[in-house]
Design a protein around this ligand. Structure first.
Ligand code: ZN
Length: 362
């Protein structure tokens, strides 16, 4: 007789999992949808270890954890077994979150993920560490090995969720746009900073909503990056302008360096404002919880392609123009208190005149 399935049909595992303070501790975690605890394949995900991948996905079979059973709880016998199970467990919970938000149907399930994936740095023979990537052409996520001594990205709930959300942005936005030819400086900026920034910012916001930790980046990428991307930092929750970002972008371009960092800055600015729109929502706000906001934002992503294609060649788009697009192009959905957050955050885009009649009156 098996004593490993509990009443709900799940299996229990001893896994590193954040406690209330966000620190990882070994805890008994239930996984409901694996048909066998010895293979990381189920309706939520297929998880691969150290696999190569191509357009057809990861090569080989999903990872097979090495487990021992103690008092009805499966205990992983090595680190990779542990990480693989943590990844699956989070994907199971992300599927549930997407179902609750009503956004899961757009993606194909099970999702494909790999960890301890070996990749070379761009144009180099050096291996890359401490990174995670969503590959949009192949619709899969790769977690690279960890070398910085911090919490591995592949067990960080906010990071797993962040990578997962890139698939939503890809499907609702990037795949609706033609393949880009970056010719002008304006096009490069709009694609490399603005579109990338929105993608990163909404993914960080989703990562926060899932992990319930506005500072989830810190535990894997350290204090400096953590502070830069902490969504709950109150000051400044101001969205810096296109002209501001343009300076750094041009300097990096001239030096032949990656401009990715500029996109992250845009992303954090936008995500922080979403955070404070909910924190300061006021009474009777339709978007009162972070989940309400996330569902609204995800559905609103569909407005981006047409807007972007209309303006991509004219001018450097403002990072905050996406909020204008979401919150001013339909029925009023923000309370007056939330409109005040927008006025504070982006006074050069929003003003009393253009928000007139766009905010719900108490
Ligand atoms: Zn990202």
């Amino acid at each position: 007789m098996s004593c490993t399935k509990n009443d709900q049909g799940g299996q229990r595992f001893l896994l590193p999992w954040p406690d209330k303070s966000g620190r990882h501790q070994l805890q008994v975690i239930e996984i409901k949808s694996l048909s066998s605890p010895y293979e990381l394949s189920g309706p939520a995900a297929q998880v691969y270890l150290q696999s190569a991948f191509s357009s057809t996905g990861f090569v080989g079979e999903p990872a097979q954890p090495d487990l021992t059973l103690a008092d009805g709880v499966f205990v992983p016998r090595d680190v990779n077994s542990s990480i693989g199970l943590v990844l699956y467990a989070h994907m199971e919970r992300l599927l549930k979150l997407d179902q609750e938000l009503g956004i899961h149907n757009a993606l194909s399930w099970p999702r494909s993920l790999g960890f301890e994936i070996l990749l070379h740095e761009k144009d180099s023979v050096k291996l890359e560490f401490n990174n995670a990537r969503y590959f949009l052409d192949w619709d899969l996520i790769s977690f690279l090995p960890t070398s910085n001594g911090n919490t591995p990205l592949a067990v960080n709930p906010g990071v797993i969720a962040h990578e997962h959300y890139h698939a939503h942005f890809n499907l609702r936005v990037l795949r609706k746009l033609p393949q880009h030819i970056r010719q002008s400086e304006i096009q490069s900026f709009n694609e490399g900073v603005i579109l990338r920034g929105w993608n990163e910012g909404f993914s960080d916001y989703y990562g926060f909503v899932y992990s319930e930790n506005a500072d989830f980046v810190q535990m894997s990428l350290g204090d400096e990056e953590g502070v830069r991307r902490n969504l709950a930092l109150k000051t400044p929750h101001v969205i810096r302008s296109a002209a501001h970002h343009s300076q750094l972008f041009n300097a990096l371009m001239d030096a032949g360096e990656s401009t990715a960092e500029v996109g992250y800055r845009v992303g954090t600015d936008v995500a922080r404002v979403l955070y404070w729109l909910v924190e300061e929502a006021g009474e009777n706000a339709p978007l009162k919880t972070h989940r309400d906001m996330l569902a609204f934002v995800t559905k609103s992503l569909e407005k981006i392609p047409e807007f972007y294609l209309t303006h991509v060649n004219d001018k450097k788009l403002e990072p905050a123009s996406v909020l204008d697009l979401f919150f001013r192009s339909g029925e009023p959905i923000l309370t007056q208190a939330q409109c005040d957050v927008l006025l504070d955050a982006v006074p050069y885009v929003f003003n009393k005149e253009n928000l007139e009649g766009e905010c719900l009156q108490p």
